[in-house]
Design a binder for this molecule. Structure first.
Ligand SMILES: Nc1ncnc2c1ncn2[C@@H]1O[C@H](COP(=O)(O)OP(=O)(O)OP(=O)(O)O)[C@@H](O)[C@H]1O
Length: 416
């Protein structure tokens, strides 16, 4: 054995030792009792745990996971789901009067569900929408917002960061319900008395519920699962799962698709070429490398990857977007919600993504958070959103002519 091999051997032994020590610490961190008994250390807590055997214990993150699974959604995905939840509640110990009342309310409110097995046409309308995020009720994000998009048209949302563009897109999907909008009703009452004419203006301020409509019907009347099957969405950073590329493209589809259809969609999305360059092609596993963020596991996993090789491929931002576009093409949605990528992509990737987006936008209602002038130019309607309000509305040409906020955005090239 030469000195080089010996040094490598010693360093690797130390690294493996550290990795195992870190792993043991991690394991003891993960084990903790649900009640007051927090495991100060594995050994010292052992006796207490034995005494409190009957008390529930949770395994780290799984406790949070079950909390999430148990959560009742304020926005029911469909009636059958809520009926199932109701049955579960009745059979569980958690059946309180509140829970039962809550479920019955939701069940009765969704009596008028619209059958979206029929294709929607794709018109979108916002009427008097006010909105605050439940986690920040003090901050008004959208204020009395009203606009509409006809089927098959492109509506571009532009404006400064934090203006509320993504919130508008989220409301189209009914990720949240809007608050009540405030509107002002004016009644002009004229009185004439003798020679003097008196004018009384009475101002009544009332509240009108903000409504998001699709095809003229309140979003709350739709079965969300069926509606979402007809709305495509491509975000700036699409979420892919640690599954094969094929499974990621066909994720969430309600109908069967052949491999030929998947390939055709990938070709339209400019994804086929890079997929075919991988050894496993459409069966390539997408990896997320989440372990790299965890310092305790880093060395151990790194060593594992060095010894046995990494299964799967980590996709770049542009590649992920093209997979998401292929997914949207297969859904063949009537409404497409897009968040254009910004400067995070290199110019080649940006070009390929843009080309794919241009193809997928044809013949659908598109609501796009636009960052590029080329997208805004082809939009039928441009909304400039700032501080939760639409401050300008029109086509690219008319807004440039108006020389207002939009013209400034363009001149400062803030769309890019
Ligand atoms: N989940 C959330 N909870 C609380 N506040 C939020 C949440 N998401 C966004 N906000 C706030 O709502 C406001 C509007 O955010 P939104 O993301 O809609 O703006 P945006 O115009 O899309 O911005 P950007 O162009 O930077 O994405 C911001 O002040 C933001 O801090």
């Amino acid at each position: 054995m030469n000195s080089g091999s010996l040094t490598t051997y010693v360093i690797l032994t130390i690294q493996i030792g550290f990795s195992f020590a870190a792993f043991v610490n991690l394991y003891s961190d993960m084990m903790r009792e649900q009640n007051s008994c927090t495991c100060a250390s594995f050994v010292s807590a052992n006796n207490k745990i034995k005494k409190k055997k009957k008390k529930k214990k949770a395994l780290g993150a799984s406790e949070r996971m079950f909390q999430l699974l148990d959560r009742q959604t304020a926005i029911p995905p469909d009636k059958s789901y809520m009926a199932k939840q109701m049955r579960l509640l009745k059979s569980s110990k958690k059946n309180t009067a509140y829970n039962e009342e809550y479920m019955s309310q939701i069940l009765s409110s969704s009596d008028t569900e619209v059958d979206v097995e029929k294709e929607i046409k794709g018109s979108v309308e916002f009427e008097n929408i006010c909105f605050r995020y439940p986690s920040r009720p003090e901050r008004v994000v959208l204020e009395n917002l009203s606009w509409s998009a006809k089927p098959g048209t492109i509506c571009a949302l532009v404006g400064p960061s934090g203006g509320g563009k993504s919130t508008i897109v989220g409301l189209c999907l009914r990720l949240y319900d809007p608050d009540s909008g405030v509107y002002i009703r004016l009644f002009y009452v004229f009185f004439t008395s003798f020679i003097i004419v008196c004018l009384f203006v009475c101002l009544f301020a009332g509240k009108k519920k903000g409504i998001v409509r699709i095809d003229g019907k309140d979003l709350k009347e739709y079965d969300l699962r069926k509606l979402h099957a007809q709305i495509g969405s491509v975000s700036q950073e699409p979420v892919l799962f640690a599954r094969t590329i094929y499974e990621n493209i066909t994720y969430g589809l309600r109908h069967e698709v052949s491999i030929e259809q998947v390939i055709a969609a990938a070709k339209t999305a400019n994804a086929h070429e890079f997929i075919m360059s991988f050894p496993d092609r459409y069966d390539t596993l997408v990896v997320k490398r989440a372990y790299l963020c965890h310092t305790d596991l880093f060395l151990l996993t790194f060593l594992f990857v060095c010894l046995f090789g990494e299964r799967g491929i980590r996709l770049s931002g542009g590649q992920k977007q093209r997979v998401a576009i292929a997914r949207a093409i297969l859904i063949n949605p009537k409404i497409l919600l897009l968040d254009e990528a910004t400067s995070a992509l290199d110019s080649e990737s940006e070009y390929l993504v843009q080309q794919a987006l241009d193809r997928v936008m044809v013949g659908r209602t598109v609501i796009v958070i636009a960052h590029r002038l080329s997208t805004v130019r082809q939009a039928n309607q441009v909304l400039v959103v700032d501080q939760g309000q639409i401050i300008e509305e029109g086509t690219h040409e008319s807004l440039i002519e108006a020389n207002g906020a939009y013209a400034k955005l363009v001149s400062r090239q803030l769309l890019g």
